[in-house]
Design a protein around this ligand. Sequence first.
Ligand code: GLC
Length: 557
Amino acid sequence: MTSAGTHSPPAAATARPWWQDMVLYEVHLPSLRDGDGDGIGDLHGLIESLDYLAHDLGVTALWTGPFFRSPLLDQGFDIADHCDVEPRFGDLATVDRLLAEARARGLRVIVDYVPNHTSDQHPWFQASRSSREDPKRDWYVWADARPGAELPNNWTSEAGGSVWEYDEPTGQFYLHSHLSEQPDLNWRHPGVRAAMLDVLRFWLDRGVDGFRIDVAHMLMKDPELRDNPPNPHGRNVYDLQHPDFDAQLHVNDRMHPDLHGVLRDMRRVVDAYPGDRVTIGEIESMGWTDWAAYFGAADELHLPFAFKLIETAWEATALRATVAELEAALPDGAWPILALGNHDRPRLATRLGRAQARVAAMLLLTLRGTPTLFYGDELGLVDQPVPLAAQRDAFGFTPGGVSRDPTRMPMPWSDAPNSGFAAPDVAELWLPVCREYATRNVAAQLAQPGSELGLYRSLLRLRVGSPALRAGSWTPYEPVPPEVLAYVRAAGDERKLVALNLTDRPSRVALGTAGTIALATGADRTGEPVRDALVLAPDEGVIVDLERRDDQEETSR
Ligand code: GLC
């Protein structure tokens, strides 16, 4: 971090770990590709997709999505055995094959680690609920109703309603921050800590490159279980959460400072292994100071997600402020991870429209930080309604619940029946086939350089080959018209101006220096020289290779 407008790479830039240079691809496993003929995506299908990911698209790492034993009420985030594979996805040998095949293509593999809760089918919970005296009783959070009240406190769940479920056999309530079938583990119990750290070791021993840690901000709760205060702000329109959840400020049911000790424990386990394994944290959108605390003193998460970026209005001033705030909050030597979509939110092209989704791709792949792509966004997929009878996400079955299935359609690989996601004769898919598959699919877009996939391929090649885009400084470029977000990425002699027109009106950016267009999101302008001004078409983003220094970009934010 520097005090001026320019943010330079840390001093240790010469020895960058691989995960600072990675482009991560989020696979939603049940939805990527069915490799064994049962209509649900699986590890075999993922292995079949590796050539596409590594060579056609050009990402450098994949995040698998949970593949552990699970009743799949929450797409596998409800785990019944952390150290075995759900048979619908494959088995341990398939995981080993995935790791080997990915490695052979130069791809890193990040797997999910879900420490906050288990499935109610997990043997630990079965034991815990069996009797108040069971040695595993306190592995979960049990409580009595508060005197004179019906429940232990007022906390609301992400899936709607109270977090407390009464369990008849032992006459107490257990805590579940999500579905009632997902009881929360009690990380204050040393047995839980030891067993869950062993889960990390199990997968590290098998050779994974790192973990995406589920809801890392939730691991510790207020030990006194104090009520949450009401939320004066209203709903979060970016996240597909139950309206009940937003009724209160979640200050006591998550983000307790003790969780940082847990993250340090996890980090110690991971750091004990060779090969720079990485920890990526899913932490909810929060203030920048709170976010920065998840790096610890470089001894907690390597990469806590900065979801504020997703939740920033699609408007130049707001986006510039968010990126500048992130850069300013980033601890020395720390590195951010960025995403503009994931399996819990409406798709990028749904939120912004297809034209601006292309501009968003350019933003994500030219910011200073590790970009994470959500499967199918590279095709410009939009959410699609899923009939109730075909829905899978149990979050949609709670009273008033919101299903995330519309975001999670089967990946359309071709125009074949079942869209190449499954063999043509498979009768039923995990979720209904993508409605646009006949024209919007991987095979079709690979043949069209102007397609969304063509744009992502070009952006990825540019980023991977550019020290400035991968690792260089980030400086806002000003002045620009209000509809434009512009910044310079620079390293050594290389200086790239990124100018994004966030509106559907034409725009013009005055330049103090000449350059050559490296890539544009719309019509092909590669190689076009620019001199005094850069003219931007409606909904167009452009990357320009600048010829020499320009005083303009040094103006402060
Ligand atoms: C995370 C996951 C989400 C899941 C929840 C409970 O937020 O991203 O999909 O439902 O955790 O595990």
